[in-house]
Design a protein around this ligand. Structure first.
Ligand code: AGP
Length: 586
């Protein structure tokens, strides 16, 4: 995915745009670019890599009309030429795009001026607009005509030096909103870069074209029929920004989990009651990807244990293949931090065609998934900037616990349990923050790490392995502890770390036996438990909590383990290679 930003209003410095664009870098950071209308001309600048060492000339430029883009390459390699903004041949029109134009190859053949300078699908959109302008259309009509032939997803921002009083914004299946401020009107992929300017947002709908002027905006559909979009005032208390005293966003996001849990728990009971009713009436299928998929596994467990509701979990990337076999009247429960993950959105759109009910659990306000849902529970855990999901995971698990209890008419007591748990979360951080660094200094030396757990501890093992592999690039795998002897045990040799998630619960002794089997083949056993055991070569202590709540504390030291290992290996945990915060391609 990519991040885009735009502005029209009173004259501002270029630095305002580049600083704001930097806050979108979590959406993609392989190259970036900005363009400004300055003294009647389009000035632009593009660079490979992250946004730093911005030339003085760009920071100090004065402009009342600007757009910017931070890229995550999908069509075309990482290069200055493929970086956005794209500029028309006559240097008058400038465009940024987030999304994928699926029919760009066919469209490319139809453009008469086929003097393309980049390999991107986005440049094709610009050329179509340019061609329409050359035929005599004004910018709005030129954009509307161009977008009506596009297939795929796109959020576009376009301006022209010939019409300096407007910025055109277009949305279809990629996020885009307007922020109305005292300086003028911004457009951006999300509200994060705009939260220091305004809390008044206009969430554009799919199929919208907005004509944005310095103090007003009008919205149309793709055929240019007017549509009404209201300005929403958003409570900005939950949107913290900056790393504060921490070296990395990921560390900040791990450490703030005890506090964040309190914030997450301020949920509207009525919403939970309504969703609980739905869950009791329909066959339930959880979907999600990556960490959100792992959280779904807890949803299934909590629902059956706390409320006797049976459900299934399907990875969102596989969901379309099983959809036709699901019963009528199913309910899809989609989990996504960003609400923009392509596999999830695609699955939900397809499920809607079968008239399934959609319930979602999402962090980003009014994201695409929210708009597709009948009902949504917001995580309210604040911005999660680190690519590795941490506080969103514990928020998802906590809210699934609350919801499953709400289905069993135990909302209030579960709420109290979770409030108390935030103190235990703090305790687990205090108990482990120094010793985990010592363990990380050992783990950084190895090629493979195995995580094992049974029952509810297995999804913890899965999530811990995902964290370690995605940010340290060390091979990490999770197994159900009992499955070790059916094959994976062959991988265990002298010194291989096996991390055993084994709090003192019903499955403790069976898990311990599996750990001992691995130990007798030379494994270095790291026990994550509230009870020390002689089998553990290294001990990660947990405080005692209710059995179902252990996952919410046992994951925290393992998140810290992944973080410190990555830092020891000089790998940036906030920006792991090959990964982006939201995966907006299937
Ligand atoms: C988590 O650490 C990952 N980077 C990734 O697996 C992520 O959880 C997944 O892409 C789903 O994202 P979402 O929750 O925003 O849908």
């Amino acid at each position: 995915m990519c991040g885009i930003i735009g502005f029209i209003g009173r004259s501002i410095k270029g630095k305002t745009i580049t600083d704001s664009l930097k806050k979108l870098e979590y959406r993609g950071y392989d190259s970036w670019g900005v363009s400004f209308l300055s003294e009647g001309k389009v000035e632009f600048f593009k660079e490979i890599g992250e946004i730093k060492n911005v030339p003085k000339k760009i920071e100090e430029i004065n402009s009342s009309l600007a757009i910017g883009h931070t890229r995550w390459a999908t069509h075309g390699k990482i290069s200055k030429i493929n970086a956005h903004p794209h500029i028309s041949s006559d240097k008058k029109i400038s465009l940024v795009h987030n999304g994928i134009v699926e029919n760009f190859s066919e469209l490319k053949k139809q453009v008469s001026n086929n003097n393309f300078s980049s390999e991107t699908d986005s440049e094709v959109v610009l050329r179509l607009i340019e061609e329409n302008v050359n035929l005599g259309l004004d910018l709005l009509h030129a954009v509307s005509k161009a977008v009506s032939v596009l297939e795929g997803s796109f959020a576009l921002l376009v301006f022209s030096a010939s019409e300096p009083d407007k910025l055109i914004a277009v949305k279809k299946e990629s996020p885009l909103l307007l922020g109305v401020s005292s300086k003028g009107i911004f457009a951006a992929s999300d509200q994060i870069p705009l939260s220091s300017f305004t809390n008044k947002f206009v969430f554009l709908e799919d199929g919208d074209i907005a004509v944005v002027k310095k103090d007003s905006f009008k919205c149309f559909d793709f055929s240019l029929n007017p549509v009404e979009r209201e300005i929403l005032e958003v409570d900005s208390d939950v949107t913290s920004s900056g790393k504060l005293k921490y070296s990395h966003f990921m560390l900040k996001e791990i450490m703030e989990q005890p506090f964040v849990l309190r914030q997450v728990l301020s949920q509207e009971k009525k919403n939970f009651d309504e969703i609980s009713l739905l869950l009791k009436k329909h066959p339930v299928f959880f979907i999600g990807n990556g960490t959100s998929f792992n959280a779904c596994l807890f949803g299934k467990e909590f629902f059956s244990r706390a409320a006797g509701i049976s459900s299934q979990v399907i990875d969102a990337s596989e969901f379309p293949y099983v959809l036709e076999f699901l019963p009528e009247n199913s309910l899809i429960f989609a989990l996504s931090q960003s609400g923009e993950t392509a596999d999830v959105l695609d699955s939900v759109r397809k499920a809607k065609k079968r008239n399934f009910k959609i319930v979602s659990m999402v962090n980003v306000f009014n994201s695409s998934l929210v708009r597709l849902s009948d009902k949504t529970i917001y995580l309210n855990c604040g911005e999660e900037i680190g690519v590795a999901s941490t506080k969103a995971f514990t928020s998802q698990v906590a809210l699934l616990y609350l919801l499953s209890n709400s289905c069993a008419e135990k909302f209030d007591s579960a709420l109290e349990e979770l409030k108390t748990l935030s103190l235990k979360m703090q305790q687990v951080i205090e108990l482990n923050k120094n010793s985990i660094q010592e363990l990380s200094s050992k783990i950084k030396e190895v090629d493979d790490v195995f995580f094992i757990g049974r029952s509810l501890n297995y999804p913890v093992a899965l999530e811990a392995a995902l964290k370690l592999k995605e940010i340290s690039y060390i091979h990490a795998e999770a197994f159900q502890a009992g499955s070790l002897k059916h094959g994976p045990l062959a991988l265990v040799s002298d010194g291989v770390p096996v991390i055993v998630v084994a709090p003192m619960d019903k499955v403790f002794s069976d898990t311990l036996n599996n750990a001992i089997e691995a130990k007798s083949r030379g494994a270095f056993i790291i026990g994550v438990s509230n009870e020390k055991n002689d089998a553990f070569d290294f001990f990660i202590p947990l405080p005692k909590v209710k059995e179902l709540l252990f996952p919410l504390i046992s994951i925290i030291p393992l998140q810290l383990l992944a973080f410190h290992t990555a830092v020891f290996l000089e790998r940036n945990p906030d920006r792991p290679r090959n990964l982006a915060k939201s995966v907006t391609v299937k």
